[in-house]
Structure formats: C-alpha cells, structure tokens
Write a protein that binds this ligand. Sequence first.
Ligand code: ZN
Length: 218
Amino acid sequence: MPEFRELIEGYRRFRTGPYIEQRTRFDALAQGQSPRVMLVACSDSRVDPSRVFDTAPGQMFVLRNVANLVPDYGDAAGQASAAAAIEYAVCVLKVHQIVVFGHARCGGIAASLSGAFTDAGPGQGQFIGKWMAMIEPARQQVVAAAALSPDVDAQRALEQAAVRLSLANLRSYPFVTAAETAGELKLQGAIFDIADGSLRVLDPATDRFETVPVTLPG
Ligand SMILES: [Zn+2]
C-alpha cells in the first residue's frame, strides 16, 4: 500500500521547502503556541481548515470530529475528547474566537438523516450512531419540515441546524459563557462547500448563513 509512503514523500517536501523557508516561525512555535482562534471542524478529508483559511502553523487550535459537533456541557463527561479541547482553548490558551466550521455534503449529517447507524452494533456504526444521536432533536425538526415542504433541502437544513446546535452547546459550558459575557470570546458559525468553494457565515442578527464575498467591495 503506497499511502504511507506518499506521506513520507510529503514530509520530505515539507522539510526541504516550507520548514526551511519559515524557519523563524517554527523556531518561535517551538517555544509555545498562542493561537487566537479555535476551530471545530469535521474529520472529512475534503475540508482541511488550514487550506480553506490559508493559515500557518500556530494560528488555529483545531478540534476535528465527525460532523463538527460540540456536546452539551451536561453530556460532556462522556464526550471528554471534545470537552477537553474546548476547555484547553478557552481556559488555558484564551482564544478570542471559536468557529464551528461545518461543511456541505457531510457524511455524518447524511447518516443522521438516513438513520443508517441508529442502534447499530459493534463495528457496524455503533459509535457513529451514538455520536450523531447528539443532533437527534434537530434531525426530527428538519425531517418534519421537509415532510411539509418539498422546498426544504434536508441535508443542507440539518448541516445548518447542527452548527446552530453546537454553538448553543458551546454556551452551556460555564467558562465559555463567562468569557463571552466578558467580551473576551466570540462564537461564530460557518459552512464551507467544496463543490463551489463557497463559505457562508452565520449572521447572529438574522440567524441566516450569508455567503462571504471572495473579493472586497470597492
Ligand atoms: Zn462532515
């Protein structure tokens, strides 16, 4: 299988290219990190946050999981991987922004909609089913809305609902709410579509996802 060999070839390109060109940056990063942004992104291989946002090492603290979900604080003990990353970002790194970064055509969202892994057994999607049960109330709402109106794109609606739910769940963590109330932390929602490269950001005033213009106006 050539896949790992391809990674090693990539590592050699990195060591002989960017690592040398950005030596000063990497030397500074060796002393510690102070990213200002935390990103909650999907594990999906097509959605690489550092490519989409053109960031350098040290700029973003990234949590990736299936469907970019944040568990509710009350449920967090059983989902400690996500909660630990959020706690570290907010309480230790003191990031200024947390971005829940969703994406179109998400397999986790599609699985939730189809119920493919609901009550699945070991090795059959047992953990995916349990994880995606987190958005079950949102799924039920979207399915009901789609049944009433043929205009509702259930996949797209649930992707958006899941981002809104994760933002609400972030606010269930006392230290997140405290930092937000103190004006030290902002929460953002966004959705990227690899098909057309578009990025939509949730406008808190309208609660709608608005497309980000690629070029600056004027
Ligand atoms: Zn996904």
